[in-house]
Design a protein around this ligand. Structure first.
Ligand code: 8YV
Length: 312
């Protein structure tokens, strides 16, 4: 019996690519000499698509796939997919929720601690031999500080639970109050930023949250406040963030995501109160394996019973 045909937009791990190719008749779009031309000529062949929160599938690509019925995506972010077009065409999409909550929330805590206590900067200080000439300057306490969370979804809730262990009062902002949550709700983001010592971004990217964190929010967070972003670079007005960090009107930042990543504003490289990570929120052996398994399980479930396990 012939294997189902699958179009894969971008390379994931070698292990994943190999397993997918063992189980299905995979066409690797990134290996085509001219991917767009390939889609124009052969797009109608494909009903099944595998992609990721990084590669997505553009409206232009989607237009070349008239028979597509499903997208199985690696990651939780849906910002690189034209969701309205998918809905209009009845194309279903699965993501990999829940399995990455722990690692992304752990990283958010790590960024809070590192940007306040300057762990990586102090490590650089030791390695450079500066300790021999004097002590590292005093930094800022984390436990007991006020934590504002923007977006109280699965990851935001995992961060809030961890913050309980640090005796941090928690409040959150999202479009609508969560009736099941006992954390304080701030309908007004500026109010939350003025109240918080740490403002952690855990909301989706995309048009609805584009530059939600602007110069006004940063100024409300203030010279003692710390911004942590494990969501998407697009949520923050990056030029405003860089200037607030450079002029000291914002206390610090822990950033795992950037607008235009992997390019990162070089102006931040010398600041000890800023921690810069290369989008590694879910990047552990354990979590990446679970994410891969969930993509494969979704594809299998769709092919065999027409149902996704974790539909958007
Ligand atoms: C992934 C992510 O690193 O899940 C997401 O939305 O941002 C990350 O977990 C990555 O984008 C997967 O391609």
């Amino acid at each position: 019996m012939s294997k189902p045909q699958v179009l894969q937009i971008g390379a994931l791990s070698e292990r994943f690519n190999r397993t997918l190719a063992e189980r299905y008749d995979v066409t690797a779009l990134w290996q085509q000499a001219d991917p767009m031309q390939f889609l124009k000529e052969h797009g109608a062949t494909f009903e099944l698509l595998v992609s990721s929160a990084r590669f997505g599938c553009s409206g232009e690509q989607l237009a070349c796939l008239p028979n597509l019925s499903v997208i199985c995506s690696f990651g939780v972010g849906c910002d690189p997919y034209p969701l309205e077009q998918l809905r209009d065409r009845g194309i279903v999409i699965s993501t990999t929720p829940d399995v990455l909550n722990d690692c992304v929330a752990d990283l958010a805590m790590g960024l809070m601690i590192d940007s306040a206590r300057q762990l990586t900067a102090a490590d650089r200080f030791v390695r450079a031999g500066h300790w021999l000439s004097g002590n590292y300057p005093l930094t800022h306490k984390v436990s007991g500080k006020k934590l504002g969370i923007v977006g109280l979804g699965r990851i935001g809730q995992a961060i809030a639970r961890r913050a309980q262990g640090f005796d941090m009062p928690v409040r959150y902002h999202k479009r609508r109050q969560d009736p099941d949550s006992s954390y304080g709700y701030a309908a007004d983001l500026l109010e939350l930023a003025s109240w918080a010592d740490f403002l952690v971004l855990a909301c989706p990217g995309g048009a609805a949250t584009h530059h939600l964190i602007d110069a006004k929010v940063l100024s409300a967070l203030g010279p003692q406040g710390i911004l942590v972003n494990i969501a998407r670079g697009s949520v923050v007005d990056q030029a405003a963030l860089v200037s607030a960090l450079l002029d000291g009107s914002l206390g610090g930042a822990g950033l795992d995501v950037f607008d235009g990543e992997p390019a990162v504003p070089q102006a931040l490289f010398g600041l000890p109160n800023v921690v810069l990570l290369p989008h590694v929120g879910s990047a552990t052996q354990e979590t990446r394996l679970s994410m891969e398994e969930l993509v494969l399980a979704n594809l299998y479930a769709f092919i065999n019973n027409g149902q996704l396990l974790t539909p958007l």
